[in-house]
Design a protein around this ligand. Sequence first.
Ligand SMILES: Cc1cc2nc3c(=O)[nH]c(=O)nc-3n(C[C@H](O)[C@H](O)[C@H](O)COP(=O)(O)OP(=O)(O)OC[C@H]3O[C@@H](n4cnc5c(N)ncnc54)[C@H](O)[C@@H]3O)c2cc1C
Length: 378
Amino acid sequence: MDIYSEEHKMFRRSFVKFVESELSPHIEEWEEKREIPRWVWLRMGEMGYLCPWLEEKYGGTGADFGFSAILNEELAKAGVGIGFGLHSDIIAPYIQAYGTEKQKSDWLPACARGEKILAIAMTEPQAGSDLQGMRAMAVRDGNDYVINGSKTFISNGISADLIIVAVKTENAGIPGNKGISLIVVEDGTPGFTKGKKLNKLGMHSQDTAELFFDNCRVPMSNRLGEEGKGFSYLMEKLQQERLISALCSQGLAERMLSDTLAYVKTREAFGKPIGKFQHNAFKLAEMATEVELGRVFLDNLISDHMAGEEIVAKVSMAKYWIGEMANRVAYNCLQLYGGYGYMEEYPIARHYRDVRVHTIYAGTSEIMKLIIARTLGL
Ligand SMILES: Cc1cc2nc3c(=O)[nH]c(=O)nc-3n(C[C@H](O)[C@H](O)[C@H](O)COP(=O)(O)OP(=O)(O)OC[C@H]3O[C@@H](n4cnc5c(N)ncnc54)[C@H](O)[C@@H]3O)c2cc1C
């Protein structure tokens, strides 16, 4: 099944060229410095690679989701963190869907140009999988909200200019989804501080941070959508987030497999290429099968999503199974590199570290299974 048109394919070819010439040569440096510099965001914006799906009046080209899928897959294959996809295809859609005309025209064009970087802050130290247990709260005071609380593990947290913060606006601190709202906090707002850059196992060039709100006063006009509807907005938009996560897992699995196939054909032991040993050939055959299964399932899902179909069960299956599959691929591929796989100069070492989080963020594998079980009536 080929879900991509000629236009998509041309776009993929030119984006791959861009990645190879302008991003890949710098990845090691960004990993070491633990950040992607601002000029890269501006360059991505200039090339039209941020939020391409936005309407022209907001700086996009009205591109369909296929273009976003291509961007996310190719960035994952190149091993460029999740920051751009998160910004373009996970967070900007909240502003587009729930923002007022003023919010959209104030923020979205700058997002498309890479001048404003987005983050979304749901997770708290005491509430990750169980989002309804969040405690950060916003209390009305005149025409403002006053926000107190903290968030953790926030991707783009250090570089972000605009952060969509999920808070309780009612029954603050009481478990339950009633009264969750989404409020946009702008960097520099008094009472808002960014904590230290978190030191992660992998995805080193991707900044991840704690965020603190101490009597942070934000105009009520910064709320996205209706007060108290935040939880249902999150549940709706998490579907595309999980699809993007599955896409990135698949892209990385394909990259690891193709790198390893090239390696086992040239590395020799006992007088022959290591790929010729039956055990290794069988391992590669198993991986190639799983990667192909992932691809077919995923392309089907992308196609359903583009057709506007409901994908809750299938996207949870994809997020869980492809995320776990990519981790199996990482483990087995690294083994085939022997000691070289453990050396940082071989990309497989980085991919092995980076892929680990794919079964954790955007909803853990266990939470995905809970959702699937629910759709089975369990
Ligand atoms: C690198 C990184 C980037 C992230 N980026 C963001 C971001 O940008 N914004 C944001 O808001 N969050 C972000 N997160 C947070 C992420 O979404 C959470 O870490 C994730 O949802 C899990 O929550 P937790 O860490 O609190 O784990 P917990 O909820 O404490 O879970 C711990 C373990 O218990 C299991 N578990 C929990 N409940 C159940 C259950 N009912 N049944 C069975 N098992 C269960 C989990 O599956 C997990 O294995 C990021 C996390 C990481 C690591």
